[in-house]
Design a protein around this ligand. Structure first.
Ligand SMILES: Nc1ncnc2c1ncn2[C@@H]1O[C@H](COP(=O)(O)OP(=O)(O)OP(=O)(O)O)[C@@H](O)[C@H]1O
Ligand SMILES: Nc1ncnc2c1ncn2[C@@H]1O[C@H](COP(=O)(O)OP(=O)(O)OP(=O)(O)O)[C@@H](O)[C@H]1O
Ligand SMILES: [Mg+2]
Ligand SMILES: [Mg+2]
Lengths: 254, 254
């Protein structure tokens, strides 16, 4: 049975999409069948995989409002074992349209239910918010991965997120666990970065992944080429760190 | 009559809060009466000004749902001419609670109406989304300031935002204008940064501010000290660039 991992943080720009794209690519390179779900109306995971949004007939929007089956939406990527449920701008409308439905937080959970038999890993890239789309990502998940950029505002965001997760776990998803907190854009030459990483270890000690994602220009530039960094240079530090993270994910007990 | 400027981008981490805090401080240093409105449930502008959220009796949440007057919420900052309408986590609830109200996009507009006579500049820090809180920021504004970090995903976000603004301008706020697009975290040594800046000039030519905000460690570290960068070192590049931006804002015709 496939495992659903949602990548969440209400803090913007901490590396959610970069992690979603490159981790799913690394898991696919390890010959796992992977489905990446882009749940951000910005559709950055979709463009990060080089998909042309104008050519899509349907997107995840149609899936969660109940207008399409998964097979009508799922798109190939340039990596064999990696498929995508793409997002486009219309997804902004979903929050308004689902607000009055009793199962509004469970739309993604129900939509992915039939896919767990086909994919070993389903990764969800959530938008930077604590709104209905992110609640859907948390309710559908077996595990959460919380990226933490080494900057002041992002540290507070992690404790806020953990508070929200406790509430949603009780109300909507008792099986939910936090897979870990991932330090991203880590630059050991910056004092403030070292200090933030140090306070993260004190506050969240055993929740941190062993893998730390370095600040890395390949990771920053890969989206402009529309492909994960491992397709550009499999030996670069940007690729290797996400292979290491994939190793930790493969060892999660589920 | 005071001018309302909302700082918006659905892309996360592009420098909205950093701009809101440091631009409002620079305008206050030019002896303008300034009110900064924190409209992000993360409350980063509030912590960026060093305000202790646990000591607040009320926050902007109470203002926009109609439970409190501005004078019950407005807080002093460490800068004489700069006051703040602070945000706390409860603001996440506002979107759900306002959804069914007919004036849901105009709550902030109506709440600020009486304050335009007291403040010369009212700056609004919006969350990274295109949801009800951001619609409130756009509807209440005379001008929009759109930060653009020199990275691939942020460029697409600007064109998406401009599309949304055109729709909201027609429907909700005919007087709205875009004050400008602000290049942030600019690093001239990075090729990708230069390329993104070049495409921004081609796509948005006359909408770009002359001021460019450099990548600067003082700006990155200031939030940890709870104060704008000009209180740390008024001559640093981080301070000077926001003084230059303030100059351009003072010259906006309104
Ligand atoms: N390890 C890294 N080193 C350098 N730059 C990085 C790294 N990871 C991400 N970035 C850059 O930081 C920016 C933000 O990353 P990304 O878009 O993945 O964050 P996000 O959390 O998904 O943002 P949003 O909140 O808007 O969804 C992007 O320009 C990306 O290229
Ligand atoms: N000019 C700059 N130079 C270096 N770092 C910067 C600069 N401006 C902002 N930063 C850093 O980048 C990160 C994101 O900035 P900020 O929080 O202001 O963006 P934001 O758009 O408000 O994010 P969000 O989408 O979460 O509201 C912060 O750590 C901040 O300190
Ligand atoms: Mg993202
Ligand atoms: Mg912000």
């Amino acid at each position: 049975m496939g495992v659903v991992i949602s990548i969440v943080s209400q803090k913007g720009g901490v590396g959610k999409t970069t992690t979603a794209v490159n981790l799913s690519a690394a898991l696919a390179a390890a010959e796992k069948e992977v489905l990446l779900v882009d749940l951000d109306p910005q559709g950055n995971a979709t463009s990060g995989l080089g998909i042309d949004k104008t050519k899509l007939k349907k997107s995840i929007y149609h899936g969660i409002i109940g207008d399409a089956d998964p097979c009508e939406i799922i798109t190939e990527s340039s990596i064999e074992c990696l498929k995508l449920l793409p997002a486009r701008m219309e997804l902004f409308r979903a929050e308004l349209e689902l607000m009055s439905r009793p199962d509004k937080e469970k739309r993604l959970l129900n939509f992915l239910a039939h896919l767990r038999g086909t994919y070993e890993y389903i990764l969800v890239d959530a938008p930077p918010s604590l709104s209905l789309l992110t609640f859907n990502a948390i309710t559908a998940a077996d595990f959460l991965l919380i990226p933490l950029q080494c900057e002041f505002y992002a540290l507070g965001a992690v404790s806020q997120m953990i508070q929200v997760v406790q509430v949603l776990k009780r109300r909507l998803n008792p099986r939910l666990r936090i897979a870990g907190i991932l330090l991203t854009m880590f630059n050991p030459k910056e004092d403030s970065c070292l200090q933030i990483a140090e306070s993260a270890r004190e506050q969240f000690s055993n929740m941190l992944f062993k893998t730390i994602i370095p600040e890395n220009s390949d990771l920053k530039n890969a989206p402009a080429h529309g492909e994960p960094v491992l397709l550009q240079d499999i030996r670069s530090p940007g690729s290797r760190c996400y292979f290491n993270l994939a190793e930790e994910i493969l060892n999660l007990s589920h």
